[in-house]
Design a protein around this ligand. Structure first.
Ligand SMILES: Nc1nc2c(ncn2[C@@H]2O[C@H](COP(=O)(O)OP(=O)(O)O)[C@@H](O)[C@H]2O)c(=O)[nH]1
Ligand SMILES: [Mg+2]
Length: 317
């Protein structure tokens, strides 16, 4: 038995438009150059388009799919202005993303019978894990859930303090130990505390050292195993956070993490202030795991539920 409760507000179009501004203007100016002075969509225009998509971090595989769709849609000798080409791109990319099997806009659904619901957040250093946890905790609390945070990134003292700052800002309890302590032990304590407090949601931060795959797997497996001593089916979700401003690097991290541990959802951060927003299009096409959230700023409200179609609309507007 689970119930759906809308957690995030839907008044977000403006923030999304603003967050994607740099990606959009960069893309559009490249596109304008590609079609300037051309009287039809010929091979040269398509080659340019391919280059623009790849350089906008959409990724090679997804770009090829898009080009194939455009090719089969546009007669080679037809004249198309930039507005029309932009519109066709928007439609074809939206169509392509509809075919991926990750469904439409979703956020975390908190089932009633999972109490506490345990979310583990993973990803390399600096991608925005702690910030995303703070933003999520804010939304969950606002929706009426009782939230507890676990400071599982024990590798850096600053990481624990940073989560503390977010916990204070949001007004939720945090379970922490000293720097250097065992992350599995922190996770265990956090779950015990959450059960004792009758909390609804636990969010566990983790260390983001660039491990090799075996170490990463061992560490995360241990954290999971220890958590299961308290909540037998924890974690209920593993959220991988990726830094969108790193473009293709985010792709690589997604590949490494999904190979090392069972990731159930993705968040792509820092889409504001980067021209690499196209990476989200590639990631949602290439990975079977849904992008659930996007980060569009450092503020507490700058996290949005990712909706493919709204995203593409905003990108090509
Ligand atoms: N502009 C912007 N900055 C972000 C976003 N998410 C996180 N950051 C910043 O990225 C930096 C690293 O974030 P942090 O949460 O500490 O990453 P962690 O090491 O993975 O926990 C911080 O300065 C955050 O404020 C975002 O969506 N947009
Ligand atoms: Mg952190």
């Amino acid at each position: 038995m689970s119930f759906f409760k809308r957690i995030f507000s839907s008044e977000k179009k403006e923030t999304l438009d603003k967050g994607l501004e740099k990606s959009k203007t960069t893309f559009f100016s490249k596109l304008s150059k590609a079609v300037a002075g051309k009287s039809k969509v010929d091979d040269a225009v398509l080659d340019n388009l391919e280059e623009i998509l790849v350089s906008s971090d959409v990724g090679v595989d997804t770009t090829l799919k898009i080009i194939t769709r455009i090719e089969s849609r546009v007669a080679a000798d037809k004249y198309l202005g930039i507005e029309e080409l932009n519109k066709i791109l928007q439609e074809e990319i939206s169509g392509l993303l509809s075919e991926t099997n990750t469904g439409e806009a979703t956020e975390f659904v908190i089932p009633k019978d999972k109490k506490p619901y345990v979310l583990m957040v993973v990803g390399v250093n600096g991608v925005g894990k702690t910030t995303t946890i703070g933003k999520l905790a804010f939304q969950f609390k606002k929706a009426g859930y009782k939230v507890v945070l676990g400071a599982g990134d024990t590798f850096r003292a600053a990481a624990i303090d940073q989560l503390q700052i977010w916990a204070d800002r949001v007004g939720v309890p945090i379970v922490r130990q000293n720097m250097g302590s065992d992350p599995a032990s922190v996770a265990f304590d956090t779950l015990q505390s959450a059960v004792a407090q009758d909390a609804d949601i636990v969010i566990i931060d983790t260390a983001g050292r660039l491990h090799n795959k075996v170490n990463l797997m061992n560490e995360l497996t241990k954290v999971k195993r220890v958590m299961q001593k308290v909540v037998s089916d924890a974690p209920h979700d593993v959220l991988l956070v990726l830094d969108g401003s790193t473009g293709q690097n985010a792709f690589e991290q997604a590949k490494q993490f999904t190979a090392a541990t069972e990731v159930t959802s993705l968040a792509v951060t820092k889409l504001d202030g980067t021209a690499k927003g196209g990476v989200v299009i590639g990631i949602s096409d290439q990975f079977k795991i849904p992008v659930k959230y996007i980060g569009v700023g450092e503020g507490i409200e700058d996290l949005q539920v990712f909706n493919k179609h709204e995203f593409v609309d905003s990108f090509f507007k």
